[in-house]
Design a protein around this ligand. Structure first.
Ligand SMILES: [Fe+2]
Ligand SMILES: [Fe+2]
Length: 192
């Protein structure tokens, strides 16, 4: 089902276009479409899939100081890694702002909040957004194509574990490891 059939998609698109660069808007649209393409097999509501995909990077435009300021305004718990690398806060801050501005559902809120790191016991919409954000079709790195192939050939659980392994490896290379990234991977390994 196309994005435009989601009742609030026009409003969301209009708002993300006001905030984000064209390439980021395009990433959000592809994330929403890709997520919506496999969400029926996971019993995920179509409108929630579109909302999570379109809005997940709503605060990707904010500078480090602004993210820290917003995090303090919303009284978000801050980890050492988030203080060192405030870009990690773009999900949590977006979840809060979208909750306030659009009245998103609890599922969409959770998915947006945790889309960068994941967390143990993350709900299915959050897991699906985590995969779609990493591997939507315009992502250029080879691991994105591998994740899409895993999803097609081996199924969602296998693709999710692969994405979590890859994200953890990337974090190790950048030497920025949020504790939730590692905890999510360990949780997934125990599920499989
Ligand atoms: Fe993001
Ligand atoms: Fe993203």
């Amino acid at each position: 089902m196309p994005i435009t059939e989601m009742p609030r998609s026009k409003e969301y698109l209009h708002r993300i276009r006001e905030r984000l660069r064209d390439d980021k808007v395009s990433h959000c649209i592809f994330t929403a479409e890709y997520l919506a393409s496999f969400s029926p097999s996971l019993d995920i509501d179509h409108d929630e899939a579109i909302a999570a995909g379109l809005l997940h990077d709503y605060c990707r435009n904010l500078k480090k100081n602004e993210l820290l300021k917003q995090a303090r305004i919303f009284r978000l718990p801050l980890s050492d890694s988030q203080i060192e690398n405030p870009a990690l806060l773009h999900g949590p801050v977006a979840a809060k702002i979208c909750q306030k501005q659009f009245g998103i559902s609890a599922n969409v809120y959770e998915a947006i909040y945790w889309h960068t790191t994941g967390r143990p016991a993350l709900g299915i919409l959050g897991q699906a957004l985590y995969v779609a954000d990493f591997s939507e079709p315009t992502r250029k790195f080879p691991e994105a194509a591998k994740a899409r192939q895993q999803l097609r050939v081996s199924g969602f659980a296998s693709a999710l574990l692969y994405v979590a392994e890859m994200k953890f490896t990337f974090c190790q290379m950048k030497k920025v490891i949020d504790p939730n990234t590692q905890a999510f991977l360990l949780w997934l390994r125990n599920q499989n």
